[in-house]
Design a protein around this ligand. Structure first.
Ligand SMILES: Cc1cc2nc3c(=O)[nH]c(=O)nc-3n(C[C@H](O)[C@H](O)[C@H](O)COP(=O)(O)OP(=O)(O)OC[C@H]3O[C@@H](n4cnc5c(N)ncnc54)[C@H](O)[C@@H]3O)c2cc1C
Length: 399
């Protein structure tokens, strides 16, 4: 079996295939964790960003129901897997809070909690006083809390999964870019700049980075998303006195806005947060200014924070905001489009995709498999997507 891409998806597929007794080769063009998996905010969240459970079930019926349950259990699955594999990734299962930014969004939180609970999630509705006590600010109106969520150091988790894979016999080749592949006999031949390899089955786990180094690697996948740049940053460690007032329970927080406000502490007590800005000119300075101003609105105590690290990564956004799972050919699987929420999902998908590659029947898989849906006028869509997002952000003030 050959896996292309050494992020959480590729590594989780590899780990679960190896556990099923397969010989696995993983090819990563840069280094393990070089894509979104090493750059994300580390929030372990057992929901999708924009799609509700009932809509998933309506669209995919029984497979949809299995998929919703997989999402609901995904955070717990990630934390237990990290524990079993002894991965030191600064895991804190302190819960995930989605505070509501308006009274209208509190009603959305109510509907979400009710829906997720029907699928076995322990999600809870918190009123304004409880959210205020949890975060240390009355900026939000209430919200949804899920105690199975939390946060990890994403690069440490990804590297730790790679170590766990190696212990199970997976061969990982970094700095090995796959430049193409073709069907050959009863398998797939994968080409690299230095040679080629044949595998019975393959998985393309390159997600929003599919066209990053080889523009035409698989246009079916790269054209079904627009990659949006998300900026992340970390501050100087925050003193105990402030931490006792702001987010004393160290939960992961990301609110209901389209212009998401999200933050958490890391193991060194830095605040790890971020946001997005239009365009790349002077983006680092602009995003730090934008995010610092927003944080100070909710937490005046944090007005003077010094940002020490800034970085960015690509998020794969699909037209319908669903993640898409594809069978691209015989024994050839892929998924794309985390829409900003893929840490827990990628790890949970890995187990299912490994089962699919191993020949498990569709009726046992929590994977609603769909045809590839390339965006029409993809180059234009890529260019206008940030403006569409900016338009969505304007609506944060009205609902
Ligand atoms: C800035 C940012 C913040 C985020 N924050 C969160 C969060 O807090 N919580 C959450 O749930 N989700 C978050 N996400 C989403 C989450 O990080 C992703 O959904 C997840 O990491 C996807 O993992 P992956 O393995 O599918 O893809 P990636 O980690 O992107 O891995 C793809 C890999 O494929 C490799 N590759 C590409 N082309 C080739 C080739 N031709 N040959 C070989 N290798 C190749 C790349 O080098 C890369 O390492 C965030 C994403 C970003 C970008």
């Amino acid at each position: 079996m050959a896996i292309v891409g050494g992020g959480l998806s590729g590594l989780s597929i590899a780990l679960h295939l190896a556990a099923r007794g397969s010989q696995v080769l993983l090819l990563e063009g840069a280094e393990v964790g070089w894509g979104a998996s090493g750059r994300n905010n580390g929030q372990v969240i057992p929901t999708l960003s924009a799609v509700e459970p009932d809509a998933i079930v309506k669209r995919y019926s029984e497979a949809g129901e299995r998929f919703v349950r997989l999402i609901a259990q995904s955070a717990e699955f990630l934390f237990r897997l990290a524990e079993q594999e002894n991965i030191d990734c600064e895991a804190e299962q302190t819960g995930w809070l989605q505070p509501a930014h308006s009274p209208g969004r509190v009603r959305l939180s109510e509907r979400r909690v009710e829906a997720w609970r029907r699928f076995g999630s322990p999600a809870e509705l918190l009123d304004r006083a409880s959210v205020t006590a949890m975060v240390g600010s009355s900026f939000w109106h209430g919200g949804m809390f899920n105690p199975t969520g939390g946060h990890i150091n994403p690069l440490a988790l990804t590297r730790g999964l790679a170590d766990a894979c190696r212990r199970k016999g997976v061969r990982i080749h970094e700095r090995t870019t796959v430049t193409g592949y073709r069907r050959e006999g009863d398998g797939w031949r994968l080409l690299t700049r230095d040679g080629s390899v044949k595998a019975r089955a393959m998985a393309l786990a390159t997600n929003a980075y599919t066209d990053a180094s080889v523009p035409h690697l698989d246009p079916r996948i790269s054209r079904s998303i627009v990659p949006l740049l998300s900026w992340q940053m970390a501050t100087d460690p925050i003193g105990e006195a402030v931490r006792a007032r702001i987010l004393p329970g160290r939960q992961a927080v990301s609110d209901t806005r389209a212009d998401l406000r999200f933050f958490r502490y890391d193991a060194r007590n830095r605040l790890v947060t971020g946001g997005s800005v239009l365009g790349i000119h002077d983006a680092e300075r602009r995003v730090v200014q934008h995010v610092s101003k927003r944080m100070a609105e909710a937490f005046p105590d944090m007005a003077q924070l010094r940002v020490t690290h800034v970085w960015s990564g690509r998020i794969g956004i699909t037209r319908d905001r669903y993640p898409h799972i594809h069978r691209l050919g015989p024994d050839f699987w892929s998924w794309v489009g985390c829409n900003g929420r893929g840490v827990a999902l990628a790890v949970a998908f890995g187990r299912e995709l490994a089962a699919a590659i191993d020949g498990a029947p569709a009726s046992e898989l929590a994977l609603p498999v769909t045809d590839v849906d390339p965006l029409p006028f993809h180059p234009v869509a890529r260019r206008i997507a940030p403006f569409v997002l900016a338009w969505h952000k304007r609506r944060d003030h009205t609902n």
